[in-house]
Design a protein around this ligand. Structure first.
Ligand code: ADP
Ligand code: MG
Length: 152
């Protein structure tokens, strides 16, 4: 179990590149097993944030929204999981226990778009990132440490 990641930050970005840069800096502080929830409306920049983080973690393949699956695992300096639960409806966890297990592994750093859908299925959360539109290309990114540095 890693050290608690106690952060409470608020950033304002004016471009996708700036959001990627902030994600990269945050990613550099994460340990294997970290689970980062990324919430926000459609087009807020969740996938952009994950792309910036994944690049910083050594992922060179394209980072896009998973379309026909709930997630992907990229090979970086360590495994990077990217989940997008948008197409899943609530209560899936009860029907498909363990659905996320292939992605939320102790060796990987995981990013989860639309985490609200998973509810209590997502435990061991490290960071909550909330991205909101702030007019034009501006975004406000709030980063809250939840107190668990890494899943055990
Ligand atoms: P989401 O995954 O939240 O639906 P995406 O990351 O797929 O959002 O898309 C965000 C879109 O907004 C991209 O086209 C991106 O280039 C654009 N964009 C413009 N300004 C920003 C910004 N400040 N931060 C992130 N994305 C931005
Ligand atoms: Mg997305």
């Amino acid at each position: 179990m890693g050290e608690p990641l106690l952060v409470d930050e608020r950033h304002r970005t004016e471009s996708a590149a700036e959001t990627e840069a902030i994600a990269a800096e945050i990613a550099s502080r994460l340990e294997p097993g970290a689970v980062v929830l990324v919430s926000g409306d459609l087009g807020a920049g969740k996938t952009t944030f994950v792309r910036g983080a994944a690049r910083a973690l050594g992922v060179s393949e394209p980072v896009t929204s998973p379309t026909f699956t709930i997630g992907q695992r990229y090979a970086g300096d360590l495994p990077v999981s990217h989940l997008d639960l948008y197409r899943l409806e609530g209560a899936f966890a009860a029907e498909e226990p363990g659905l996320l297990d292939d992605y939320l592994t102790p060796d990987a750093i995981a990013f989860v778009e639309w985490p609200e859908v998973a509810g209590a299925e997502l435990d061991g959360i490290t960071l909550r990132v909330a991205i909101a539109h702030a007019g034009g290309d501006a975004r406000v990114i709030e980063v809250e440490g939840v107190g668990e540095g890494a899943r055990g």
